[in-house]
Design a binder for this molecule. Structure first.
Ligand code: 5GP
Ligand code: ZN
Length: 105
C-alpha cells in the first residue's frame, strides 16, 4: 500500500517518535501549524474516521493524545481530525492533530 503514514510507522524514513505504544505512534507534523504540532497515528491502516469501526481503538487513540501531551508538558491544546478532502484531509490514514501555542489553523 502506498501510504506515507504506513511507511513512517514502518520506519522507512527514520522518523523520530515522540511516543509509541502497541496501537499508535506520535510524531511531529512536517509542516507545523502551531508551536507544537503532533500527529497521533494508529498503527493499523484506517483511511479516515468514516472507515473506523473500532471504538476501543478510538478510545486508545484519545488516551494516546493524553499521554503525548503529558509527556510534552502541555495542558492546553486543540485536537483536530480532518475527514474527507473537502474538510482538508490530505493523508488518507486516520490521524489526530494535536496543536498547542500560536495555533494557525
Ligand atoms: P490532514 O490534512 O490529512 O489532516 O493532515 C496531514 C498532515 O500530515 C499535514 O499537516 C501534513 O503537514 C502532515 N504530513 C504530510 N506528510 C508528512 C510526512 O511525510 N511527515 C510528517 N511528519 N508529516 C507529514
Ligand atoms: Zn496507512
Amino acid at each position: 500500500m502506498d501510504c506515507i503514514f504506513c511507511k513512517i510507522i514502518n520506519g522507512d524514513f527514520n522518523t523520530e517518535f515522540v511516543l509509541e505504544n502497541d496501537y499508535a505512534v506520535v510524531f511531529k507534523d512536517i509542516n507545523p501549524k502551531a508551536d507544537t504540532h503532533l500527529l497521533v497515528v494508529p498503527k493499523k491502516h484506517v483511511a479516515s474516521l468514516n472507515e473506523l469501526d473500532d471504538e476501543i481503538l478510538l478510545g486508545k487513540l484519545m488516551m494516546t493524545v493524553k499521554d503525548a501531551v503529558k509527556k510534552c508538558g502541555l495542558n492546553s491544546y486543540r485536537t483536530v481530525i480532518n475527514t474527507g478532502k473537502e474538510a482538508g484531509q490530505e493523508v488518507f490514514h486516520l490521524h489526530i492533530h494535536i496543536l498547542a501555542g500560536n495555533i494557525k489553523l
